[in-house]
Design a protein. Structure first.
Length: 138
C-alpha cells in the first residue's frame, strides 16, 4: 500500500471565507501515484472546516449567512471568549460544517458525484492555517 501526505496552507484576507481547494487536492492525488484508494482532507485548525458541496457563489454566501445566524459573532456571546479570545462562534461554525472529508480515488482521480467539489471554510481568518491531505491506496 502507498501513502502520501501533503499540507496545503491558506491565509484568507477576511475573517470568514469559503475557498475551493479541489484542484490542489487533485494535484496531490496525481503526485501520490495512487490509482485506487482514499483521500482524507482535514482542516488542521479548530476554527476552520473542510466540506464537499457545489461550487456556486450564492450557495457559499448562504452557508456564511446560515452559520452566522446559528452562531453569531460577538465577544460577549460565548463563555469561550472569557479566556480573551473572540472566536467562540468560529468553533461552533466549524462543528456545523465539519472537520474533514474522505473521498474515493478511482483510476487515479477523485471519484465525485455531479457538481461535487472540496471546500475549505474559514471562520477565524487572517492568519496562516494548514490543511492535511492524506492519501492511501494502491
Amino acid at each position: 500500500m502507498k501513502t502520501h501526505t501533503e499540507y496545503l496552507w491558506i491565509n484568507t484576507e477576511d475573517r470568514y471565507a469559503i475557498v475551493r481547494i479541489t484542484d490542489e487536492v487533485e494535484a496531490a492525488v496525481r503526485k501520490s501515484g495512487v490509482k485506487e484508494g482514499l483521500c482524507l482532507v482535514n482542516a488542521m485548525h479548530i476554527t476552520a472546516s473542510v466540506f464537499i458541496n457545489d461550487n456556486e457563489s450564492g450557495l457559499h454566501e448562504d452557508f456564511l449567512k446560515w452559520t452566522e445566524k446559528l452562531a453569531p459573532y460577538g465577544k460577549d456571546k460565548y463563555r469561550h471568549n472569557l479566556t480573551g479570545e473572540d472566536n467562540g462562534d468560529a468553533h461552533l461554525k466549524r462543528t456545523i460544517l465539519g472537520r474533514e472529508v474522505v473521498c474515493a480515488i478511482t483510476n487515479g482521480k477523485l471519484d465525485f458525484g455531479p457538481w461535487e467539489q472540496i471546500f475549505y471554510g474559514e471562520f477565524d481568518g487572517r492568519r496562516k492555517k494548514r490543511i492535511l491531505v492524506k492519501i492511501i491506496g494502491e
